[in-house]
Design a protein around this ligand. Structure first.
Ligand code: DAH
Length: 340
């Protein structure tokens, strides 16, 4: 029996060291220690031995058992470590590979220009007012001195919901809403969308954006208007830009002016960019008509004010030297990406 045991030990240790993975190791364990295992069978026969042999064989069997057990557990540890190392290798990240760059959006060029405009006016003590895009004809026309039969109304007779409700054609309506609500001193700008029946081309769109400006106080003069607009244009286009005020007519200002900016392409000499004018038309402005003030409950004998309205698309085209307004609306990222 001792021989059998010794042989068994030899076979077991051999099988253990030959096991390639933990499943094979488990098979070895079962082969010797399982219910029908070889060593289990030998142990069962122990009772049949003589009283002298039993402790000797018993001791040997126990030794062999524990030597196989410890070989099993050592081999298990070793295999486990190898498997873990293999797993680590397989799952390892190559940190030298270039990463996937997240695509981060950025602001639209008009949004960039508008925030510059806001910044410039906030710096001069203006606040920002808002008004509705669906507007009444009263705020859009009548209160601005543009009665039912006024010829200036034709150009802007556009998108009606009913006889008195319209998509606003100009942000000037916000002037009236603001003057009805608050009394002088008033200093505000109001950016927003406006709508006209214009056909789409390089300089027109049925929807575009304006920034309205209004200042009402005692002693406001045309000089304040000129200084304010000069500050705006210098803020956007750089120190020393030249503005030209041309007499014009708007029903809600007296006097009225159209304001041009010296062409930066030719510096006033005349070129295709400014259609040989030397200047490019930028905005409308003037001194608030006394009748408009009176209608809003502000005494024109005490107060005066200036107002202006400027197109944000126009400001943006000039700011970035873009030659077609449609580019601003088409949302082609190859174009937009240039204005980060
Ligand atoms: N509302 C005019 C337009 O849409 C622009 C304008 C002109 C606004 C004179 C004003 C102003 O406030 O005083 O063409």
């Amino acid at each position: 029996m001792q021989d059998t045991l010794n042989k068994m030990q030899e076979q077991a240790l051999g099988a253990i060291s030959a096991a390639l993975d933990r499943a094979e190791l488990e098979a070895v364990r079962i082969r010797f220690f399982g219910k029908k295992g070889e060593l289990t069978a030998v142990m069962r026969q122990m009772g049949a031995l003589s009283a002298e042999q039993r402790p000797v064989v018993g001791a040997l069997a126990n030794d062999i058992r524990s030597s196989i057990e410890s070989a099993l557990s050592q081999a298990a540890e070793k295999l486990e470590a190898e498997e873990a190392a293999e797993r680590l290798c397989a799952e390892a990240m190559d940190i030298t590979l270039p990463g996937v760059k997240p695509t981060i959006g950025h602001r639209h060029p008009m949004s960039l220009v508008l925030s510059q405009v806001k910044h410039i006016f906030l710096g001069m003590g203006f606040t920002i007012a808002e008004g509705p895009e669906v507007e009444t004809t009263y705020y859009c026309f009548d209160a601005l001195n543009t009665g039912q039969d006024h010829p200036a109304r034709d150009m802007q007779d556009t998108f009606y919901f009913d006889a008195e409700t319209i998509l606003r054609t100009q942000t000037s309506s916000v002037q009236i809403r603001a003057m009805e609500k608050s009394k002088p001193p008033i200093r505000l700008i109001s950016p927003g969308r406006v709508y006209r029946k214009d056909k789409i081309d390089a300089t027109h769109s049925p929807m575009f954006h304006q920034v309205e400006g209004l200042a009402v106080d005692e002693g406001i003069t045309m000089a304040d208007l000129k200084g304010t607009l000069q500050t705006l244009m210098e803020g956007l286009y750089g120190k020393g830009v030249k503005l030209r005020f041309r007499p014009h007519h708007f029903p809600y200002t007296e006097p009225s002016a159209e304001v041009d900016l010296e062409c930066f392409a030719c510096r006033g000499k005349g070129c295709p960019m400014c259609k040989q004018e030397g200047f490019i038309e930028m905005l409308g402005a003037g001194m608030v008509h006394p009748e408009v003030l009176r209608r809003c409950g502000i005494d024109p004998e005490i107060y005066s004010g200036f107002a202006f309205g400027v197109g944000v698309e126009r400001l943006t085209l000039m700011r970035y030297n873009i030659n077609d307004m449609r580019l601003l609306f088409e949302n082609d990222v190859r174009f937009l990406r240039q204005f980060v």
